[in-house]
Design a protein. Structure first.
Ligand code: ATP
Ligand code: ATP
Ligand code: MG
Ligand code: MG
Lengths: 298, 317, 298, 501, 334
């Protein structure tokens, strides 16, 4: 076979379809039904966040109180009922999606950029640099993440920005470790040496070979961490250190409604479900990605 | 007219490990003539790959000289080294980990050309890729496949094509066939042979399988625990192995033939740790002939017959 | 290893908390304090010194076991934590115990019956568990088991019965990840050659799992249990709040709200020490389970 | 009197002035239990009666210690340790204490202890305000002391009922035990305090006042921060009394035959105080605007389930010389006034408060203010800190409640007298005319004249509008129907030593 | 049941793996006989189905995805196909045991070497734990490892020693048939020589029959009596050593010989087999080797070749001998 010379012209060969990696990953991802469900849910959440104004006005529907309509059970008018101030819970959950996704994504981005940077330096250069960075991160790691976040918010004051900073910082060591491990696993592969052997410079190697090949665990970890960050946001709000009223945020909705838990369970049920569903979806996607990106399973 | 293309003098490579200095390569000397093949043979962990890597400066040597075409590679600047990399290349043992799984066949072969700006025009470069694929016997329709879709033999061909993409003169072949099935192994060996003739290449051929180098090399160097124990033309080495280790190695090869069954020399024990080795003959523990001197003094590599070097106290003459 | 990390932790927390606005001296003196007396106290307590000097003084005291006195109650921090910590300890250990008790068997069975209904159910359970914020789970459990069924008290710390709900709440999330790790490492282990070797010897299926697979599969599970402990400690903060459990988690949240710096500092340090000690124990456990690691210690 | 803590207590419109036990028709099954558990919504802060100023700690202190006088449920001062007293002059009080009163360590109480305790009180940060009027304390004999006030002070005896005026054994305090194992003379003795969990007390069998002996042998105060959990605990029998019942659970208690609801109108006014020293609240128009901007009805609905009385002045309506002001909810008017004051586009401000229920109030105020164009941010504090920080005047506005003694002065002086800026004068109003009105009312012994002065004061203060009064609420206590002796005063659960099965 | 002199008799075994990507036809009608006391070498390329065949004898094909479609396996006259799990547990280790390819991973890293050997003894022989331990020590010494290393863990052993331990485990209950799946592939030549030497000795000592799986014809010469060449799930040629080495019949077998560098004749040009083994997901209708075969004929593409016998012991599956049994292979020239 090998010696057969096919005499197509070069152009023809150039056009041979390249099955892109993404198509490949998608192909594998698609097979995982749970992940697809998660994906659909997240898309739904994102749509809700994007098109929230079409569902209700932020000022008039999500913030403004309407005491006469307080504590109404779910109905056609108020799908999820109203809270103790007569605000529509559904609309508040919809606007809450914005906050949760936003905080989740931004705090993970903070952790990813700082932790990722530290992790890649530690992983790629190794030795003393590695040791120094990892020892410092060990210190942060010794404090359970949510406690660290609580402490930071407590010190800086409760606001959305501080919340993101706190959750971001608390997650730095995790990201640094994952990135470092990913880079280490790639760094010693022979194709990195091969690249060196053909004269590739350090940054070419990092950008073209190391990073693309270490992306998989990092992407998966990020997805899962967005989920954790959403949960952390809610937790901090729950103990009064997160998003402050009247901003609709799931955790603070839960915290505010918990006095009504016995007679108006839906006040805590729906925001809680929103958290569970979004976190669950992200976890499902993360799991799906893990399988789809794992070269061992290919 | 033999022209020495590479000469290695007193090459040493030590690794720092938690348990001490690991003498992966310990003071070895050899040279290779242009267009010839030097076989580097030895058991697992004896330092063959390290030697190869140090020659390409993928690892920095601890000590010694690596003189390629009259210049010591160890003294080259980064840019000079990059220039030199267009001439000396490496083919790896593991066809699975030596190819970037995120790149297609054409991207892998194209990369060295692109990086070294040999051909800037995209289409021309592509023509060159196809040419290389033809050269190593890769079907053109595989051009945009990914390595993981291919078998070991084809992957190894990609590795070879990549090594040939530049103006390659000298290739370190680090066990290029040991991960392959016999029938595929033979295909690759033949290919390497053809390429050597066609492109006037010089090889260092690393292997643990003596039968492979026998077929392939002009000279053979046998390594044991970071040291060269014997060095000769393949002819000489096979016909007249002198060092007890070489003898055992040769006899241990299972022969796929009912005739000439050879008497096996079974060695005791296994290769010992290269960490902080003692200053004696490193083979002494396993050697059937070892005497006191072997356990006390390190033998030098000496020319016992013209062109035939051995490091052994017992079989000096 | 523990000591430098603890030094780092105290410094980090001290530094973060020193960012907290507010005048500690005024806080201690309370209402009616004159400018002068505040100034005097500030001088006396060294609040005017640079943070690093204050930190050094704090550390000096800490080394003698003195964690300072609470700003809000004037009581000794060490004494207060000494009273509260055993409760948190009780809670988190019961939780991890429950988590292990549930998750290891589920993980093992899921792995041995891969793709069965049991496996799928187990994994869905695990994912949902991971996705539920503990404070929400807690509220839901209270509704179900305290309110509707009346089986367990919803608050306080009286005997085993009152421990069950908070411990379960806390355990659920950890159950999820331990189950998942056990399952996947079990699947990994079951593929190993030595399992085939054991089978080829004629070892029965049950014994293959029990004697050969489980111990190997436990190695990654033990790491996760160690890490989960950190998450549990963090979760304790929320669970203790929901269930009125008088542990240091709740103490910490209350102290943060009171801006009671020495108390917060004390709590975080105790958390970090507890977490680090657990990880140390995990390391030692490792050596017991995995002789390869023991070899590295010697 | 003291700032009322944020509790879940809400009240139905106070139907009667009597303490009303909404008792059950049927007799519940009798449990013969010799101990009771009382749910508190937060832990006590100190066992030192002079080391705290909150109702939870007070409830415990009252059981462990005695004061010279105490309040009965009708809010009248009655003697406790005092045997008799006389007033030789306007500023002098000679008090004879009962003989033979023993502390729980067996030592006898003498005037030494009284002098020591009252002087100590004056130096304790948390309670120094209580006896601020007292100039000197002298020992007359072993059982008699003489107190001299700085000026004529009609409501003086009320000061002596505060926990801060508790009589402590001098020897014990000087022993340096720091109240880890407090010794007192009260109807109960200390057993243990499990921080964050519970306080356990035991009947003092040797209590000096045989009539007011403890009725049950053990009382446990359990800390249950969650309102819903407190109610559940009561329903499941984990506790016998819930001291601060959350109002939304009132019907559950009423509907439950095993439980009894106790309600008592309080003298507590919840109010929204603006910091009169800070712009823009130094502008009367702004303060008035905010009085118009806030929807008290809405607040009542949310905070006390629509069952309270909207407050229309700084005091409860039952108070001497009360006069209502007329600020109806009117955002338009508020906007007009704001514009007049130079804030046509509103401004940004912060609201400080503490506790879940007040947070809800804050949220409504926030929403009300938004309608008038004011953008408010809520900042939450833990109760203990909250009071401390607020006294420093760093806040812009705050939400608080104030439970008052029956005498108006006990509210007006601490809250609105200029000298108490930095103390309880949270609005930091510093108004000469107001000061004069307060002082002359306090020193006026003629009741009608006093009423007149208070009428004027009400009118004046509400025009100055340092605060926005929000509502007056009831105390609500839930208890097991089998309990006897549950009594409420306007300050809440009272005479706990009398509770028993 | 016919009693016969064969320790192993496999007939028409078909095994496939059902995976997401398709069905792998791993074993397609294999017939293997091993006489008592004899050693059969099973030779073939990667993916030929050697391990699958071996595992089926122990009934250890992972299911799913593995599936034994049909076939008969008689092991020491026991019908494996009909044996239930508990019977199999008895058989494994006692009647048949197996050595796996990679000594590095074939031992449980958390159990001492001694316990791993003793376990099999304890299971199959009615002995106390202590006796089992003593026996384990004996076994260890027999494979040339000092008995006092009984309580060490696998990571403390070198590769060759580990493989010896694996052998000790396999032989601990003196099985009648030993299956060795490429026992020396992962080892260095000098170590390989040691291990092969040991196996030869032990085989003699225990009078065992053996199925030796390898892809190395050299190893076959060293230890085997008979050879079966496997290609794409079928035995395409089988015979005694003499048969296979001296009168090679199948073009594939010939190709294998030509692919091996010859140590004696270094100038001999390697003549590898072209191309690759057919995709096991999609085997051709006719002869599976036909794509790579230099003697390819029309019939090869459409019809599966039948067995052609040259002697009792020697058969081949190839169309070349359909008409002319005397056809001689001539290095690819037709
Ligand atoms: N980066 C490294 N750090 C530490 N030790 C190393 C490193 N690379 C190789 N070694 C050690 O150096 C010695 C020689 O290794 P090398 O890879 O050169 O052996 P080899 O002869 O190529 O063996 P093989 O046949 O297994 O490939 C070995 O003991 C190995 O463990
Ligand atoms: N668990 C499995 N799932 C799917 N396919 C499998 C599985 N095990 C083996 N196969 C496939 O079955 C075919 C035969 O495999 P087998 O392991 O028997 O080959 P082998 O001859 O032992 O090869 P090697 O020399 O590589 O060990 C191969 O194509 C392989 O990919
Ligand atoms: Mg190597
Ligand atoms: Mg195999």
């Amino acid at each position: 076979m090998s010696q057969k010379h096919e005499n197509e012209n070069i152009k023809g060969i150039m056009d041979i379809k390249k099955r892109s990696q993404w198509a490949d990953i998608w192909h594998h991802f698609k097979k995982n039904k749970a992940a697809i469900v998660g994906m659909m849910l997240i898309v739904l959440f994102v749509c809700l966040a994007l098109f929230a104004p079409l569902i209700g006005d932020y000022q008039d529907d999500a913030l403004k109180m309407n005491i006469r309509e307080r504590l109404q059970s779910p109905s056609a008018d108020h799908w999820f009922g109203t809270d103790e101030f007569g605000r529509d819970i559904f609309i508040r959950i919809v606007y809450g999606t914005r906050i949760s996704l936003f905080v989740g994504i931004i705090s993970v981005s903070i952790a990813l950029s700082i932790g990722g940077f530290l992790g890649s330096i530690a992983g790629y250069y190794g030795g003393k640099i590695d040791n120094a960075i990892m020892r410092v991160l060990d210190v942060i790691l010794a404090i359970p993440a949510i406690l660290l976040a609580i402490t930071i918010v407590a010190a800086l004051g409760a606001s959305i920005i501080n919340l993101m900073i706190a959750i971001g910082i608390a997650n730095i060591p995790g990201f640094a470790r994952v990135v470092r491990a990913a880079i280490l696993s790639v760094k010693d592969q022979e194709y990195i040496e091969a690249a060196k052997a053909i004269g590739a410079k350090d940054h070419t190697i990092i950008l073209k070979h190391v990073l693309p090949n270490s992306m998989a665990p990092i992407i998966v970890f990020s997805t899962l961490k967005v989920a954790t960050a959403i949960m952390a946001t809610a937790s901090l709000s729950f103990i009064g250190l997160g998003v402050q009223p009247p901003t609709p945020e799931w955790g603070s909705m839960l915290a505010g409604g918990r006095a009504y838990i016995r007679d108006y369970m839906y006040i805590v049920l729906y925001p809680g479900l929103a958290i569970v569903l979004s976190v669950l979806s992200l976890n499902l996607i993360g799991d799906g990605l893990r399988d789809a990106l794992d070269p061992k399973l290919k | 007219m033999s022209e020495i293309i590479l000469e290695v003098k007193n090459l040493k490579k030590y690794f720092d490990t938690p348990r001490g200095k690991l003498h992966a390569v310990d003071d070895i000397n050899f040279s290779i003539e242009k267009g010839k093949t030097l076989g580097l043979v030895g058991e697992s962990g004896c330092g063959k790959s390290t030697t190869g890597r140090v020659i390409l400066r993928l690892l920095n040597a601890t000590d010694g000289e690596i003189i390629y075409k009259g210049r010591d590679i160890r003294n080259l600047s980064k840019n000079e080294m990059r220039e030199l990399r267009k001439e000396i290349q490496i083919i790896f043992q593991d066809p699975f980990s030596s190819l970037d799984p995120r790149m297609t066949v054409s991207e892998i072969i194209e990369e060295p050309i692109k990086l070294n700006k040999l051909i800037v025009d995209k289409e021309k470069r592509f023509e060159r890729v196809v040419e290389l694929m033809d050269l190593v016997g890769l079907s053109r329709r595989l051009i945009n496949t990914y390595p993981h879709e291919l078998d070991g033999g084809r992957r190894q061909r990609i590795g070879i094509a990549r090594a040939l993409a530049l103006n390659t003169k000298f290739i370190v072949c680090d066990e290029p066939v040991s991960a392959l099935d016999v029938s595929i192994q033979a295909q690759i060996l033949n290919l390497l042979n053809e390429l050597q003739e066609k492109l006037k290449l010089t090889y260092i051929f690393i292997t643990h399988d003596l039968s492979v180098v026998n077929h392939f090399s002009d000279d053979i160097a046998v390594m044991y625990l970071g040291k060269l124990v014997e060095k000769a033309s393949s002819e000489d080495l096979f016909n007249n192995p002198i060092h007890p280790y070489t003898q055992a190695l040769l006899s241990a090869i299972p022969r796929a033939s009912l005739d000439n069954k050879n008497e096996k020399i079974i060695l005791k024990g296994e290769i010992t740790s290269p960490i902080n080795p003692k200053n004696n003959c490193r083979f002494a523990d396993r050697c059937n002939y070892a005497t006191d001197i072997c356990r006390e003094k390190e033998p030098e590599l000496e020319e016992v017959i013209p062109g035939h070097f051995v490091a052994c106290h017992i079989f000096k003459k | 290893m523990l000591i430098p990390v603890m030094l780092g932790v105290t410094f980090l927390v001290y530094f973060i908390i020193s960012l907290t606005p507010g005048d500690a001296a005024a806080m201690i003196l309370g209402n009616g304090a004159t400018e002068e007396s505040i100034k005097e106290l500030r001088e006396e307590m060294g609040f005017n010194d640079p943070t690093i000097v204050q930190y050094a003084n704090y550390m000096k005291d800490l080394l003698t076991g003195d964690m300072g006195t609470s700003y809000s109650t004037g009581k000794s921090v060490a004494g207060e934590i000494g009273q509260r910590f055993p409760n948190t300890f009780k809670l988190t250990f019961s939780a991890i115990f429950i988590a292990i008790l549930i998750s290891i068997p589920i993980g093992v069975i899921s792995a041995t019956k891969q793709y069965s209904i049991f496996d799928n159910a187990g994994m869905i359970f695990a994912l949902i568990g991971i996705s539920m914020p503990s404070f929400w789970t807690g509220l839901m459990l209270i509704i179900a088991f305290s309110l509707n069924l009346g089986w367990f008290p919803s608050s306080g710390m009286d005997g085993i019965r009152s421990l069950i709900l908070p411990a379960f709440t806390l355990a659920i999330a950890s159950t999820a990840s331990i189950t998942r790790t056990t399952r996947s490492s079990m699947l990994e282990v079951v593929r190993q050659d030595y399992i085939n070797t054991a089978k080829a010897k004629g070892v029965s299926k049950k014994d293959v799992i029990r004697k050969h697979a489980l111990r190997n599969a436990l190695i990654p599970a033990v790491t996760v249990i160690g890490l989960e402990f950190g998450i549990l400690l963090g979760g304790a903060v929320l669970t203790e709040t929901v269930f009125s459990w008088p542990g240091i988690g709740r103490l910490m949240v209350e102290s943060i709200q009171r801006k009671d710096t020495p108390m917060v500092l004390g709590c975080v340090i105790v958390f970090a020490v507890a977490f680090s000690v657990v990880n140390l124990i995990v390391d030692i456990l490792y050596a017991y389970i995995d002789p390869r690691i023991k070899a590295n210690y010697n | 009197s003291k700032p009322a803590e944020p509790t879940a207590t809400e009240e139905k419109p106070a139907a009667t002035e009597e303490k009303a036990a909404v008792s059950k028709a049927e007799e519940p099954k009798v449990e013969v239990k010799d101990e009771i558990a009382i749910a508190l919504d937060s832990d006590i802060t100190s066992l030192d009666p002079q080391g705290h100023n909150d109702t939870k700690s007070e409830a415990v202190s009252f059981l462990l210690f005695n004061r010279l006088f105490r309040l009965n449920t009708d809010f009248e001062v009655v003697p406790d340790l005092a045997e008799s007293w006389e007033q030789p002059s306007d500023t002098e009080w000679v008090i004879k204490i009962k003989e033979g009163v023993k502390f729980s360590d067996g030592t006898e109480m003498t005037s030494e202890d009284v002098k020591f305790s009252l002087e100590r009180s004056q130096g304790m940060p948390k309670v120094k305000h209580v006896l601020a009027e007292v100039e000197s304390i002298e020992i007359v004999d072993k059982y008699t002391v003489k107190l001299t006030t700085k000026s004529a002070f009609a409501p003086f005896l009320y000061s002596l009922v505060h926990a801060g005026a508790s009589i402590l054994p001098k020897a014990y305090v000087e022993s340096g035990d720091e109240f880890v194992n407090p010794i007192g003379s009260g109807p109960y003795t200390f057993v243990e305090w499990v921080s964050g969990d519970k306080v356990v007390l035991e009947k003092n069998e040797n209590y000096f006042d045989k009539e007011n002996m403890g009725q049950t042998s053990k009382i446990t105060f359990k800390v249950i921060p969650e309102g819903a959990s407190r109610t559940i605990a009561l329903e499941t029998g984990e506790v016998d009394v819930v001291q601060a019942l959350q109002t939304m659970d009132i019907n559950k208690i009423v509907d439950n035959d095993d439980l009894t609801l106790y309600e008592e109108p309080s003298t507590r006014v919840d109010f929204f105080a603006m910091n009169n020293e800070k712009a823009p609240f130094d502008n009367k128009l702004v303060r008035q605007a905010i009085n118009y901007a806030i929807d008290k009805e809405a607040i009542m609905i949310v905070a006390i389930d629509g069952a309270g009385t909207a407050a229309e002045s700084v005091l409860a309506p039952s108070m001497l010389g009360y006069k209502a002001a007329d600020y109806e909810f009117n955002p338009e008017k508020a906007k007009e006034l704001l514009a007049e004051a130079g804030y046509p586009d509103g401004f940004d401000m912060t609201i400080w408060t503490s506790g879940d229920d007040r947070k809800r109030i804050a949220e409504i105020i926030q929403s009300n203010l938004m309608e008038s164009g004011i953008n408010a941010t809520i900042e939450m504090y833990e109760w203990g800190t909250f009071i401390d920080v607020c006294m420093k005047g760093e806040e812009e506005s705050l939400i608080l409640g104030w439970t008052s003694n029956p005498d108006p002065d006990s509210t007006l002086t601490p809250l609105y007298y200029s000298e108490n800026i930095g103390g309880m004068n949270f609005s930091r109003i510093n108004n000469e005319k107001l000061d004069n009105l307060i002082v002359s009312a306090r020193e006026e012994l003629d009741l009608n004249k006093r009423i007149e002065i208070y009428n004027e004061l009400h009118e004046y203060i509400m025009d100055e509008a340092p605060i926005v009064p929000l509502f007056v609420k009831n105390n609500v206590v839930g208890a097991n129907a089998g309990l006897k002796g549950v009594e409420l005063s306007p300050q809440g659960l009272w005479n706990i030593e009398k509770i028993h099965y | 049941m016919i009693l016969n002199n064969n320790i192993l008799n496999i007939e028409d075994l078909v095994i496939r793996y059902v995976t997401e990507d398709g069905i792998v036809e791993a074993v397609n009608g294999v017939n293997i006989k091993i006489e008592k006391g004899k050693t059969l070498g099973l030779v073939g390329e990667t993916g030929a189905g050697k391990t699958t065949t071996a595992l089926s004898i122990l009934k250890l094909i992972p299911d799913p995805p593995g599936e034994v479609v049909k076939g008969n396996i008689l092991l020491d006259n026991i019908d494996i196909m009909k044996a239930n799990e508990s019977k199999m547990e008895k058989i494994r280790g006692e009647v048949v045991s197996m050595i796996f390819q990679d000594p590095m991973t074939a031992l449980n890293p958390v159990i001492t070497v001694g316990d791993q050997i003793a376990e099999a003894i304890f299971i199959h022989q009615k002995v106390t734990k202590k006796e089992a331990n003593n026996k384990a020590k004996e076994m260890l010494e027999m494979v040339g490892i000092p008995g006092n290393r009984l309580n060490e863990y696998p990571h403390q052993f070198s590769g060759g020693m580990k493989q010896r331990v694996v052998i000790a485990i396999a032989l601990s209950c003196s099985p009648k048939l030993l299956i060795a799946d490429e026992p020396t592939t992962a080892l260095d030549v000098t170590i390989q020589a040691q291990v092969l030497e040991l196996m030869r000795e032990l085989k003699k000592k225990f009078q065992m029959s053996m199925l030796m799986i390898t892809h190395d014809l050299g190893v076959v010469v060293e230890v085997c009596d008979d050879v079966a060449i496997m290609y794409a799930g079928r035995i395409i040629e089988q015979g005694t050593l003499e048969d296979i080495f001296r009168s090679t019949k199948h073009p594939y077998t010939e190709g294998l010989f030509n692919s091996i560098p010859n140590i004696e004749d270094r100038k001999a040009k390697l003549k590898p087999i072209r191309g690759l083994m057919s995709d096991p997901y999609d085997l051709p209708k006719g002869c599976a080797f036909c794509d790579r075969c230099d003697y390819q004929m029309e019939i090869c593409k459409t019809k599966k070749p039948e067995k052609v016998y040259f002697s009792d012991t020697h058969f081949v599956e190839c169309h070349l001998y359909n008409e002319n049994k005397d056809f001689k292979l001539n290095n690819g020239r037709k």
